[in-house]
Design a protein around this ligand. Structure first.
Ligand SMILES: C[S@@+](CC[C@H](N)C(=O)[O-])C[C@H]1O[C@@H](n2cnc3c(N)ncnc32)[C@H](O)[C@@H]1O
Length: 315
């Protein structure tokens, strides 16, 4: 049977690796290892003097990434780079990576197929599971806690803000009436009854509510903002930043941060418009349909400091 990590297809793989311009001997950070598809592509080009630092706040994903990268390193033998894995949120990056030490940084936001496909993780309404949605299962709250403990107004606001759902008030009212809500299927049913599919809509009626809860539970937008704040200080001059987003709220932060940085002379934007998947990739991997890649190059002459990490776990 194919291993889970190898079943996962990295989105915009070729484009991400090309924009990163991976150079042998360099230091690269993959902020969102997931199942390590992109990370494998990076370490195959790094050579023995290279260094990959990978983050994932989902301990299950990090272990699968570790296994996959260890297999690749043993295949590469003496050509294998150094690999350091950090099981924390990427907002902590500045505590693990030295200033001006990085040649390329990749972040592929969102949920991995491992998280999405496993019903017990509670990310998907396609299969019934506990209403959890935490990427980092050591943290709280779960989506069930939010849905059962927030008041109607708070629920409506978060569904509106993070789901961009115009019918948020109606949905919040139905959720409060339907409490306790403990499973993904139950929540999907409540949302569908309160706000059935409208004409021209191609998405499932619960899509936006699930997105909103996921973003809220995982503080996803705060994480992305923190990354954009830290990144300029960590990259060497001419180093590359590549980010892949999956919905408009993520992409807006990326676009605005890069534009502001470009005005201050921090970034040269390499993608005037975001790069999207080819028809062929979209057919092969439906998850790539909403992906948008933006890339930028660090400008200026920061302090050059060699070396990188305060040590975390090695392979
Ligand atoms: C879309 S997947 C990445 C897939 C990966 N590029 C690959 O090739 O397999 C996103 C991963 O990032 C992790 N993640 C999301 N937000 C994170 C954050 N703020 N800090 C650390 N990891 C995060 C998730 O747990 C998930 O495993």
């Amino acid at each position: 049977m194919t291993k889970t990590s190898e079943r996962h297809v990295p989105v915009l793989f070729k484009e991400a690796i090309e924009f990163l311009r991976v150079q042998a001997g360099g230091t690269y950070v993959d902020c969102t290892l997931g199942l390590a598809g992109h990370a494998e592509g990076i370490i195959r080009q790094l050579g023995t003097k290279g260094h990959l630092i990978g983050f994932d706040r989902d301990p299950e994903a990090l272990e699968l990434a570790r296994e996959r990268l260890a297999r690749v390193c043993s295949e590469l033998g003496s050509e294998a780079p150094q690999v350091t894995l950090v099981d924390e949120a990427f907002s902590t990056i500045a505590a693990h990576v030295k200033p001006a030490s990085v040649d390329g940084l990749l972040a592929d936001f969102g949920v991995s197929s491992l998280q999405f496909d496993e019903a017990h993780r509670g990310f998907s309404f396609q299969a019934d599971g506990n209403l959890d949605m935490r990427m980092d299962t050591r943290q709280s709250p779960t989506a069930a806690q939010v849905v059962n403990e927030a008041n109607e107004r708070e629920l409506a606001d978060l569904i509106y803000e993070y789901g961009e759902e115009r019918r948020s008030r109606r949905i919040a009212r139905a959720i409060v009436r339907g409490r306790p809500v403990t499973s993904t299927a139950q929540l999907a049913r409540i949302v569908t009854q309160a706000a059935p599919t409208m004409k021209q809509e191609r998405i499932h009626p619960a899509t936006r509510t699930f997105q909103a809860l996921r973003i809220y539970v995982n503080r996803e937008l705060e994480e992305i903002k923190a990354l954009f704040e830290a990144a300029p200080g960590l990259l060497k001059p001419s180093a590359r930043l590549v980010v892949i987003s999956f919905h408009s709220l993520e992409d807006r932060i990326a676009k605005d941060s890069l534009r502001e940085g470009a005005q201050k002379g921090i970034w040269e934007i390499l993608t005037r418009k975001p790069v999207t998947a080819s028809e062929e990739e979209m057919d092969r991997n439906p998850r790539s349909r909403s992906a948008k890649l933006r890339a930028a190059e660090r400008q200026g002459t920061g302090i050059r400091e060699q070396g990188s990490v305060s040590n975390r776990s090695k392979l």
